[in-house]
Design a protein around this ligand. Sequence first.
Ligand SMILES: *Cc1c(COP(=O)(O)O)cnc(C)c1O
Length: 406
Amino acid sequence: MSTQTAPHVPVRTTPFPGLPARFDGKEAEYLLDALKRNNLFYNQPDGYVSRLVKRGAEALNAKYAVATSSGTASIHAAIGAVGVEAGGEVITSPITDMGTCIAILYQNAIPVFADVDPHTYNITAASIEAVMTPRTKAVVVVHLTGNPADMKPIVELCRRKKVALVEDCAQGWGAKYHGRAIGNEGQVGAYSLNNYKHLSCGDGGLCIANDEQTYYNCHNFADKFYDRANKGVRLTGLAPNYRMSELQGAVALAQFDRLDAIVSKRRELGDRLSGAIRGVPGVEPPRTVAGGEPSYWFYMFRIDAARAGMSRDEFANRLNAEGIGCGKGYIAKAIHQEPVFQTKNFFAGGVWPAEVVAQRTYDYTKVRTPICDEVLATSITLSIHEGLSTGDVDDMAKGIRQAAGK
Ligand SMILES: *Cc1c(COP(=O)(O)O)cnc(C)c1O
């Protein structure tokens, strides 16, 4: 007689649904109308980009908004607008998109990396202060996964130290902090409209600001300092062309009709998943700070290997075997561990002008962000989006408990 073990039946045997149709609302109508208007330049009082910035400012609880060509452009315009001088240090997160660092580097400033909180994965007032120096000119907070950073103490710290504060909100459409959209605590909030964000027009971005001068600075920084807002300061500064065309503006404006539904669905699903896996030994759902309402660009949780009795990789393999497709970590390593930082290969010829101005050298091979490394080595990511149902997320939770052996 032979003994046979029953074949493993995964928690989930059917694939998860993908994103629902994203551009089937007013997008086509607006786009065709933009073409018919016979002028695709952004600076038309009744044009799509003009309507977009009004709608965007309103939706994001800000006084002003500026449309740009990307999230990277938005962050660059923000750094330009707050006036970071060459050779100045700008503190940011080591878990971010390269776009955050591009903005800093192109202004001839020096990225400095603060470590992250082990449960929100965001930088904190304490971690920022730990790397502050008299040369610190600005802080760029990244709201990773759309989970708001703990802003109140960061705002207080930046005020006290007289350094500018910019918020990278690229992953955080619809995320709130004490009832207001993220991006309103700092001088500028920078959003992305690239293909993968909650809202998209292919590529594009939005800056929000509440101070009039900061707004004009952003506006001019996104348009070669041509001062098309007519403040009579034409070509008083150096800036790139980060303009958004009417085509992107038309699609982006239509996208705003979806914002509330997308975000409330993601928040419902993400919060539900956290609730369902809380207390599973060795599983650590992400934490939310007081006043924070996350918008779950994706979902990231951590494995405590000692308590789980297995490594993150083994846990992720088990979860995949349960039919719950997941990723190991988010980015492969801290951004400052990438070759471009390790070799400081920023500009041709091996000269980094920021170091020349600062009259000091920076060595990214010596930068240590141990909590960031630990987070990236112990985290698992799941795709949470508006195409999923509560049942789908319940399957994810079931899979996680199954993988944990609970
Ligand atoms: C997407 C993203 C950016 C860059 O946005 P682009 O539109 O791709 O330039 C910057 N920072 C973060 C945190 C992002 O997720």
